[in-house]
Each structure stands twice: as C-alpha cells, then as structure tokens.
Design a protein around this ligand. Structure first.
Ligand SMILES: NC(=O)c1ccc[n+]([C@@H]2O[C@H](COP(=O)([O-])OP(=O)(O)OC[C@H]3O[C@@H](n4cnc5c(N)ncnc54)[C@H](OP(=O)(O)O)[C@@H]3O)[C@@H](O)[C@H]2O)c1
Length: 330
C-alpha cells in the first residue's frame, strides 16, 4: 500500500483561532475519537477519517484514556496511525488526552488523585507511542480529592514535559474559577476548558462561558450535535447504524423524547431556511460565538466530517434567528 501523503494545500482550507491567550492556534473544527475509533470499529474507515481530517487542515485530535471500547483501544489505534501516517507530522499536530473516568480496578483507577492522573498519562503515552501530549485534561471534577492535589498533578505533568498545556473538562463555573486561581499561582499553562455545549444543552451559558471569556481561556465544546440528535436521523425512528441504535453507543434512545424531537424539527426548519443541514447549523451556531476556540466533533465516516466542514460557509446568525433558537431550545 502506498504511503499516506497529506494534501499540501491543507493549511489554506482551514481557519485557526487562538486558544485563549496562549501561543497555540486550533482549527475551527477538531476531531474527537470517543466513538468510532475503538477495538470494535473498522480500521480502514477510521484511518480514512483521520487522513481526510488532516488533509482538510484539522490539526487537533482529542482522546481520553477510556475511549474505545474497550477502554484504551482508541489511543492504541491512534498510536498505530500516528506511526504509519503522521510520524513526520507530529510537530504539526495538537494531540490531547484526559483522565478522570474509570480505567482500572481498585481505588486508584479513576477520579482526580495525583496517583491516578500521573499513572494514567504514562499509560496513555505508551498506548499512543508518544513522548508527550500537547494538552492533558482533568476529565471531571472530583469533589473528594482536594482540588489543589488534582491541579498539582497537572502542574507536575507539564513540568515533566509529558504535556505542554493543561485543561479541565466538565468543571462547573465555581470549580473552574478555583482551578484558574490555583494554576495561576503555580504558573501552570491552563489554556482550555472542554464542556458539553450544543443547541440543546445550554448549561455553559450559566456562568462558565463568562469566566472563560474574562480569563482568556480557550473553549472547546464537545458533542456539538448532541451525539447526533441534532440531525434529521432520529425524526422517523432510530436507525440501526446510528449511535443510539448501536450497542456500543453511549446515546440512549430514552434521551430522544418527543419533546426533544419537536425541538429538532423546529431547528431543522430554521436550518433549511439558512441553506444548511441541521448538523451544519448546530456547528455554525457554536462557531458564531467568539468565546469558542474550536468545535470538537465526532464522525462515523469521512462523509459526515465533510458535511460538518461545510458548516463554516455560513456562521452568521441574525438577531431574529438567535431569538428564535432561544425560543425553541430554552
Ligand atoms: N470531555 C468529555 O467528557 C467528553 C464527552 C463526550 C465527548 N467528548 C469529546 O467530544 C468529541 C465529540 O463528541 P461526540 O462524538 O458526542 O460529538 P457529536 O458531534 O455531537 O456527535 C457525533 C455523532 O453525530 C453523528 N454525526 C456526525 N456528523 C454528522 C452529520 N454530518 N450528519 C448527521 N450525523 C452526524 C454521528 O453519529 P451516528 O453514528 O449516529 O451517525 C457521530 O458519531 C468526542 O469524540 C470526544 O473527543 C468529550
């Protein structure tokens, strides 16, 4: 098989936004490997997605210790593709991973202790065949571990050169404020927050976005399509090959209620009027906000990612449209 050669025009195809007040720029669209890159997935398909992404100027790939299934397999598979396709391009990539959710048995296999975070990143680096990741996240807030300890682990990881930058994910506004204070005191480069944020989940608007904006911390919203609900696929039932129809999918059919589908239908009509698919409008709506650095999407195949990349053709929303979106979704 011939060796992968990236598209030489890739950097003309993508816009990059500064991540908070840091030195790095992230592509407007980033790719996450939570689903579709695990041991149960087809290597030819995910390899094609990753090659296509990089060819389109997507330089940021997001992982976590537990992505799969089985947990760890997405990092392992990604490691193989780095070795085969991206080895000469490592310096052109921003790779992130996280620890917070259950990874191994016993009391040290999850949450936010220094013991767990340090051990987990060492395992992730081995699985991915990397010397360092660009961003390492505390994946969730741990109310039972002093925040000072979790942040100390992030600081140590950066000082050891195992990650270049630190981030947090799923932290609420107050937890984020405290994390900022601790990391500022330590001089740790805390540059990014990864919250769930989409048209149907507006929680970050209750304080978090304001903090990120004021503190100049980057924001990378995940599940921008609400795991695929923000598309037309569930309007006439649950397709077998969808995330909700897949036994390995995290999305439960119980989340796709009649109330949710009414909102999806109304949003779909709006998207049609804008000349976009609903999936494209969902991503465009996030990109229209200056606080958003990059939108972290998932894709089952190259076609889905291609479709999402077209979101960038119209990211302007009139005041009337924004009001209508609020009326439908809030
Ligand atoms: N920090 C955290 O706690 C956390 C949690 C979750 C995710 N994340 C990160 O965020 C990334 C993205 O999350 P996500 O996968 O939930 O994002 P998402 O973009 O909301 O959902 C992706 C899914 O939507 C469907 N889809 C994608 N493009 C489509 C298109 N053009 N038209 C119709 N359907 C489309 C596909 O599902 P079908 O299979 O149904 O087609 C795809 O797998 C993850 O990979 C991970 O890196 C982080």
């Amino acid at each position: 098989m011939s060796k992968y050669k990236p598209n030489k025009d890739r950097y003309d195809l993508m816009e990059y936004r500064r991540c908070g007040s840091s030195g790095i720029l992230l592509p407007e669209i980033s790719l996450g490997l939570w689903h579709n890159f695990g041991g149960v997935d087809n290597p030819n398909v995910y390899k094609e997605i990753l090659h296509f992404a990089f060819d389109e100027g997507i330089t940021h790939f997001d992982l976590a210790n537990n992505y799969g299934p089985p947990p760890g397999s997405a990092e392992e598979n990604f490691g193989k593709i780095i070795k085969k396709s991206f080895k000469s391009y490592r310096d052109q990539l921003i790779i992130s991973t996280k620890a917070g959710y259950r990874m191994w048995d016993g009391p040290y296999g999850e949450w936010g202790s220094k013991k767990y975070l340090i051990a987990s990143l060492d395992q992730s680096l081995k699985r991915m065949n990397l010397d360092y990741v660009d961003i390492f996240y505390s994946h969730r807030f741990d109310a039972d571990t002093p925040l000072e300890e979790t942040m100390e682990a992030l600081d140590l990881i950066v000082r050891q050169g195992k990650a270049l930058y630190a981030g947090v994910s799923n932290y609420g506004p107050q937890q984020t404020r405290e994390a900022i204070q601790i990391l500022q005191r330590k001089g740790t480069p805390f540059i990014i927050h990864q919250p769930r944020y989409n048209l149907l989940d507006r929680e970050p608007e209750n304080g978090l976005l304001e903090i990120l904006e004021n503190e100049k911390i980057g924001c990378i919203p995940y599940s921008p399509l609400a795991q695929g609900i923000l598309s037309n696929k569930y309007l006439t039932g649950v397709p077998e090959n969808s995330r909700a129809g897949n036994p390995h999918g995290f999305l439960q059919t119980s989340q796709i209620t009649a109330e949710v589908l009414d909102k999806v239908k109304a949003l779909q009509t709006m998207a049609e009027n804008r000349g976009q698919t609903l999936a494209q409008m969902a991503v465009a709506w996030l990109l229209s906000k200056p606080v958003i650095t990059t939108v972290l999407v998932g894709a089952k195949n190259k076609q889905q990612l291609k479709d999402i990349l077209l979101s960038r053709e119209n990211i302007v929303f009139s005041k009337g449209e924004l009001k209508q979106i609020d009326k439908i979704t809030k």
